[in-house]
Design a protein around this ligand. Structure first.
Ligand code: NAP
Length: 329
């Protein structure tokens, strides 16, 4: 997407970890709307891009950078995002947008007061078949929803200790992607009624569980989630309606109706495809109109699951990549 006045917006990335390297940096390189002008990284950032150790140092040195995209873990995002908004910069937040709902409400209020844009992103909503699924469901009566969100944390999040610390969400780090799609495509509102969550004895966040939701007419959604699922990940929602059964597979990439593929391509490597191009295109649109977009419904479902959950013990979780590190050290 090219901006109407032809100039690229200077943007900084905060936190150069897995998602910054895998998705944000390539998406920014492909975008005409943005120019990656600096990073904030404790560990050096990216070769050839100016780096600052703290958000405050960046804000002081680079008044020309008008947008800041945060890719840090949710537990450490608030202070930097607040400082950026306070300094009149537009802010984009990775999912989940913060460690708590109240934190994000506070950022939303600050963005409004300062007259800048806050974009709480949900990358899975930009998966290829999500708009088609939303359109197909819009005139259907929903009978049931079955979500399976199962992946191997040792493959997809090696060494990420923050996931297992309070605020890191554990299995809800990926499951919130399922809930972001669910709240986007369903023509009815749902609310959590109960959950069973399994917590490893050495972790502060859950590794697996089941979450149940109702719509106003009764039970509707069952989600089974598992962070120790071996083999190909299962990122699937099956929605039974009065007009047929819709299956959204590969995290929203592929849509089937009654077993027939309708839309999207199955990827050999079932990672994220094209979603971050969509996110940055949307951020550019929001900046053109100086508008915020903060939809907290996926985060409300996760918070309610924690509130209502029965807690069960699970075996200790050992991250093999950290064991290798400690042996190497
Ligand atoms: P990560 O690999 O652990 O990277 C996070 C980066 O944040 C670190 O590399 C570090 O970068 C910086 N950081 C600053 N303070 C930190 C602290 N106290 N602890 C750890 N890192 C700190 O995590 P990630 O997978 O990129 O995830 C970051 C966010 O993106 C999360 O909210 C996650 O849910 C979201 N996300 C991840 C994925 C994925 O597949 N991994 C997909 C979509 C969204 P510096 O060394 O540069 O300071």
């Amino acid at each position: 997407m090219t901006r109407t006045d032809g100039t690229a917006i200077k943007i900084a990335l905060v936190g150069v970890g897995k998602i910054a390297r895998d998705q944000h940096i390539p998406a920014l390189a492909a975008s005409d709307a943005f120019e990656l002008a600096a990073t904030v990284s404790r560990t050096g950032g990216i070769r050839g891009v100016e780096n600052y150790k703290t958000v405050e140092a960046l804000l002081a040195a680079r008044p020309d950078i008008s947008a800041i995209s945060f890719c840090t873990p949710p537990q450490v995002r608030y202070a930097g995002a607040r400082a950026a908004l306070d300094a009149d910069r537009h802010v984009m937040l990775e999912k989940p947008p913060g460690a708590s709902l109240s934190e994000v409400h506070a950022l939303e209020t600050l963005a409004q007061d300062k007259g800048v844009a806050l974009f709480a992103t949900w990358h899975s909503r930009h998966a290829a078949s999500v708009p088609a699924a939303k359109a197909w469901l819009s005139d259907k009566a929903i009978i049931s929803v079955r979500i399976d969100w199962k992946e191997d944390v040792r493959v997809w999040h090696p060494g990420q200790k923050w996931i297992w610390e309070a605020g890191g969400l554990g299995i809800f780090d990926p499951t919130i992607n399922a809930f972001s799609i669910l709240t986007e495509i369903l023509p009815v509102e749902v609310h959590v009624t109960g959950a069973d969550l399994r917590f490893p004895s050495n972790c502060e966040t859950p590794v697996a569980g089941e979450i149940r939701m109702d719509d106003p007419s009764g039970p509707l959604v069952t989600a089974e989630v598992d962070f120790l699922w071996e083999g190909d990940p299962l990122w699937r929602q099956i929605i039974e309606t009065d007009g047929g059964t819709l299956a959204l597979n590969q995290g929203g990439a592929v849509m089937e109706i009654d077993g027939q593929k309708q839309h999207g391509e199955a990827w050999e490597n079932p990672a994220i495809h094209g979603e971050y191009d969509g996110l940055y295109a949307r951020f550019a649109e929001l900046l053109d109109t100086n508008t915020s977009e903060v939809d907290l419904r996926p985060m409300v479902l996760v918070a309610d699951a924690f509130t209502l959950a029965k807690r069960f013990d699970a075996p200790e979780f050992v991250d093999p990549s950290l064991m290798e590190d400690s042996h190497a050290g």
